[in-house]
Design a protein around this ligand. Sequence first.
Ligand SMILES: C[S@@+](CC[C@H](N)C(=O)[O-])C[C@H]1O[C@@H](n2cnc3c(N)ncnc32)[C@H](O)[C@@H]1O
Length: 277
Amino acid sequence: MAGYIRLVDPSGRADDGGQPRIDTSVAHSARVHDYWLGGKDNFAADRAAGEAVMAAYPGIVQSVRANRAFLARVVRFLAAEAGITQFLDIGTGIPAANNTHEVAQAVTPAARVVYVDYDPVVLQHARVLLTSAVPGSVDYVDADLRDPGNILREAGRTLDFTRPVAVMLIAVMHLIVDADDPYGIVGRLKAAMAPGSYLALSQVASDIETEQVAEARRRYNSLARETQRHRTQAEVTSFFDGLHLVEPGVVPVQRWRPDSDFVARTKSTMWGGVARR
Ligand SMILES: C[S@@+](CC[C@H](N)C(=O)[O-])C[C@H]1O[C@@H](n2cnc3c(N)ncnc32)[C@H](O)[C@@H]1O
């Protein structure tokens, strides 16, 4: 079928031929993100959307890199300082540098990580993720964040939700529009977290570089499968309601516990924070 590529992994969502498929006709967030990060798992539609956003907001590449660095610092903090050994990473993305299990297991080799994403290209990479770590310690769930009950059920095969777990929603909540009840989704996840658990979250800001980023969002939304909903610092902070934000609170991601002045001085249009239950 024109515009589609078949995957060899028969365990994912199936099309009429019983194989999962990749729709190359429209941009997907996982693949556009991969393009900005310099990866090779993207197609012409993804590159076109990525370029359109870059033309409106040239800082996007620096911003997604700052977010990846935030992810790594957060996981290191959770594993090394907060003593977390279980991670639920929702909206995993196509593997890049410093994936959650690599950072967590560098600190705690027995750390268990469940990745969740709904993109067939990410699913394709899951096989590699699953075999590259200590057996049994990394799992992958092909699921939609808009059904958190399903994610919790599936992740419960690997993670023990009666013990502390880190739920990670890194650069994914801006892909959940208001009609999909983003605060209800995060609320369901928070309710499943035992005391001592952490929520880590970042998403695109609507109140940093406002005009450029709004134009970038308009262009992205006209070219991509998912619709972006950017949020203010106050709106992002509300995702953490009922939890205790760790210092420095919800800040531009490069200012969340930067490991150097250089990192702190980079730029992003992403709010990020970590909170404890
Ligand atoms: C911008 S990428 C972020 C990847 C990674 N977390 C990072 O920060 O580098 C967003 C990821 O979320 C996934 N995603 C978007 N909406 C989703 C949904 N409703 N359910 C599951 N995954 C979703 C996309 O497929 C993509 O892989």
